[in-house]
Design a protein around this ligand. Structure first.
Ligand SMILES: CC(C)(COP(=O)(O)OP(=O)(O)OC[C@H]1O[C@@H](n2cnc3c(N)ncnc32)[C@H](O)[C@@H]1OP(=O)(O)O)[C@@H](O)C(=O)NCCC(=O)NCCS
Length: 143
């Protein structure tokens, strides 16, 4: 398993994973747009030539990073791939002191995952998703 920067050829595979794993429906154009404005913040996990997960983030200030999407293909979950994507992302941004994200209040598995990685729930944001459901803002202060 290797973690590397997203490349244009990965687009369809990444989009398929986003479609399967994430509740919002993102278009390929939107993924490309996010890649263009944050080329270093988009990593993929590759196993035997196939993309099995990805993380997409955006710098919000010189020392703050926001995770926009993190997803691992269903049959590859629980193998440390999500953890590795998160770890590799942080290695790419040593200047980042605060990392944060929004996660659906009902997404117990992801909340547990982020807590295990030292994130804390800071606040609840009502009406965050297009279906009207709420999110938790979770953050980790690195140093
Ligand atoms: C959240 C998500 C990205 C985690 O990815 P993952 O690759 O399954 O994460 P990891 O394997 O690193 O960790 C998950 C669990 O597997 C366990 N694990 C880690 N390495 C492992 C290994 N080598 N073998 C077996 N289990 C392992 C971890 O202990 C963890 O268990 P937990 O239930 O106690 O937390 C994944 O569940 C997912 O894609 N969910 C759907 C999309 C989503 O909700 N994204 C977040 C929205 S913001």
């Amino acid at each position: 398993m290797a973690v590397r920067n997203f490349e244009y050829k990965d687009l369809e595979e990444v989009w398929e994973i986003a479609k399967e794993a994430l509740e919002e429906n993102y278009t390929m154009d939107f993924l490309l747009y996010l890649w263009q404005i944050n080329p270093d913040g988009f990593l993929v996990a590759e196993k035997n030539g196939k993309i099995v997960g990805f993380i997409l983030s955006a710098k919000q200030s010189k020392d703050e990073l926001r995770i926009l999407m993190l997803a691992v293909k269903k049959e590859y979950r629980g193998q440390g791939i999500g953890s590795m994507l998160l770890k590799e992302l942080l290695l790419k941004f040593p200047e980042v002191r605060r990392i944060y994200l929004e996660v659906k209040v009902e997404n117990k598995k992801a909340i547990k995952f982020y807590k295990k990685h030292g994130f804390k729930i800071k606040e609840k944001i009502k009406d965050f998703y297009t279906d009207g459901s709420s999110a938790y803002l979770m953050e980790k202060i690195l140093y």
